[in-house]
Ligand binder design. Structure first.
Ligand code: G3H
Length: 559
């Protein structure tokens, strides 16, 4: 369905408001969608940051691609620039540079003292701090993330880097001891793994890319980063900072069609760590061509189908507020989003009413408008995928809860009005796949064992949101679901933060744990020096330590 409105254009900045309408019967009346006169003082029209999409960093050198470029359009309908679409020889040159910097673990970076790596990271983060507004503006343009959330993504990433540096210092300090057992002395450290291929997702193209990149680097690995499907221009704004802060070959950046440039990298067998955030199917495709799979460590953040379970005794206002934020923040394009709401039959109508009332208050439009939370989807293909999923659910017996919340787009744009459907059964496709967009399925439960069956049969297991006021009820659900997912959120939406908490998932949701200290472990392996305690060996060990002949076997103070 397409609303008959004038074409939605960034240049004119009209916005669409979805207003609350009074409830008439069980089904809600059609909300009044109205174009409001654009108020130019509501938000300023930023200029597009200048970016060179042809540049890529290889072996410490910024090179300029002269071949095929891909045009990058903002979902808010402005041309942002062009991005290099590299071919195989260029990405293999980038791989060669990363391999040279690794040098079988003997490169200057993997063998450097932790203090040197910390200093490089501190220099980099200082550069990033100076670019918050520029990065957030480009991010907002590129992926239509509401500006304040785009800015939060950048500041959160900076904080993540600071916290990673602190956690790394702590880890190194704890390794700065000589342990003794059964006639041996030993020093145990975590050492790097080799060449990492880092690929972040479009919904958090900076934050999640850096949640992989930063621990990989600080542990001493060398890296190839491929920009996300959307969001790669924002990353381009940082390549000079990469060049300035890190030695040649330690970071190499590549852009291009994944299907063209990733297989040759994996087929080479020279990638030691695949660090990827995206779909489970894509991760299977990417890792498959590696000729020596046992040598490949995978650090993966994949799909999720996080479920909100609303119990009869829940505070329904709180549940509705948390579920709206959980399901529709950034149009539901979060791996942690609530992607299925299961409400107990006794409160289904009351909850749905409250949920819809809140959704109807959301404002859809331009991501730079501070009043807006529903923004255009990144591509027409995403909209088509979501609308087809919605159509399938409706054909299978689901029902639009409110005729106004029907998943239509505003003419000429990818701005999709949320669709809220109920009477969703766990057998429907919409109950099984990760929609990753503004389509919210609501189902009803009465038998909690049936809910457990649904969770157990899912291919994924990241988080749950449980809404109840009862300690007995909460205790039951906590104990019966702890083996099915990795975080139960009590009376709050699902989310990754605080970032010091472990972020992981079961089954097809993740491999490894992506949080500050856990990520340092993912990108390293324990390695040790064991010394049999003979008088000669004790003297030798003392001399290595006092002369500082080794960076690894060392008790040098971490600054
Ligand atoms: O898309 C997955 C993100 O890591 C979710 O993070 O819960 O802070 O939005 P968030």
């Amino acid at each position: 369905m397409v609303e008959t409105l004038p074409p939605w254009k960034f240049a004119n900045r009209p916005i669409l408001r979805t207003e609350l309408s009074p409830r008439t019967n069980r089904a809600l009346a059609q909300p009044q969608h109205q174009m409001i006169t654009n108020n130019p003082s509501a938000f300023s029209s930023p200029s597009i940051p200048a970016v060179n999409g042809a540049a890529y960093l290889v072996d410490g050198e910024i090179r300029h691609w002269t071949g095929v470029m891909t045009g990058i359009e903002s979902p808010m309908q402005v041309h942002l620039g062009d991005l290099a679409s590299l071919s195989t020889p260029e990405v293999l040159a980038a791989l060669a540079a990363a391999k040279k910097a690794w040098n079988n673990g003997l490169g200057a970076w993997p063998t450097s003292h932790p203090n040197e790596r910390i200093a490089a990271m501190e220099q980099f983060v200082a550069g990033m701090r100076a670019k918050v507004k520029e990065l957030a503006t480009m991010l907002c343009f590129e992926i239509a993330k509401p500006y304040k959330d785009a800015e939060k993504e950048i500041t959160r990433t900076i904080e993540y880097i600071d916290l990673t540096i602190a956690a790394y210092k702590e880890m190194e300090e704890q390794s700065n001891v000589i342990k003794k057992a059964d006639g041996f002395m030993a020093q145990i450290r975590r050492s790097p793994l080799g060449v990492c291929l880092v690929m972040g997702p479009y919904n958090y193209p900076i934050n999640e890319t850096f949640c992989l990149l930063v621990p990989a680097l600080i542990m001493g690995n060398t890296v190839l980063i491929k920009g996300a499907r959307f969001g790669a221009l924002t990353l381009q704004l940082l390549i000079e900072d990469f060049q300035r802060s890190f030695p040649a070959g330690v970071i190499n950046t590549i852009n291009g069609k994944g299907a063209t440039i990733i297989p040759p990298l994996m087929e080479s067998g020279d990638i030691n760590v695949l660090a990827f955030i995206g779909s489970a199917a894509a991760s299977r495709r990417i890792r498959a061509p590696h000729p020596k799979p046992n040598r490949l460590r995978c650090v993966l953040g994949l799909e999720a189908k996080n479920v909100a379970i609303i119990c009869p005794d829940a505070d329904l206002d709180l549940a509705a507020a948390e579920c709206v934020a959980g399901s529709l923040s950034y149009n539901g394009q979060r791996c942690t989003a609530i992607k299925m709401i299961l409400v107990h039959g006794e409160v289904r109508e009351a909850f749905t009413q409250k949920y819809v009332e809140r959704v109807n208050k959301l404002v859809a439009g331009n991501a730079f408008d501070p009043a807006v939370s529903i923004t255009p989807m990144p591509s027409p293909e995403e909209v088509a995928r979501l609308q087809s999923l919605l159509a399938g659910a409706l054909a299978a017996g689901a029902r639009l809860v409110s005729p106004g919340l029907d998943g239509r787009t505003v003419a000429g744009s990818t701005l999709m009005i949320p669709a809220v459907i109920d009477q969703v059964t766990t057998a429907m496709e919409i109950a099984k796949v990760e929609q990753f967009g503004p389509v919210v399925p609501i189902g009803e439960w009465t038998d909690r064992m049936a809910v457990l069956d649904y969770l157990s049969n899912a291919d994924v297991g990241q988080q749950l949101a449980l809404f109840t006021a009862s300690a007995d009820v909460a205790g039951w659900w906590i104990d019966h679901t702890a083996q099915l997912q990795c975080r139960l959120n009590l009376n709050s939406q699902c989310q990754r933060g605080p970032d010091v908490f472990p972020f992981t998932g079961r089954k097809d949701s993740a491999e490894g744990t992506l949080s500050i200290s856990d990520a340092l472990r993912c990108f390293s392996i324990r390695s040790m020096v064991a010394v049999k305690k003979t008088p000669a060996n004790v003297d030798l060990a003392q001399e290595i330590l006092s002369k500082g002949t080794s960076n690894f076997f060392s008790t040098k103070v971490i600054l």
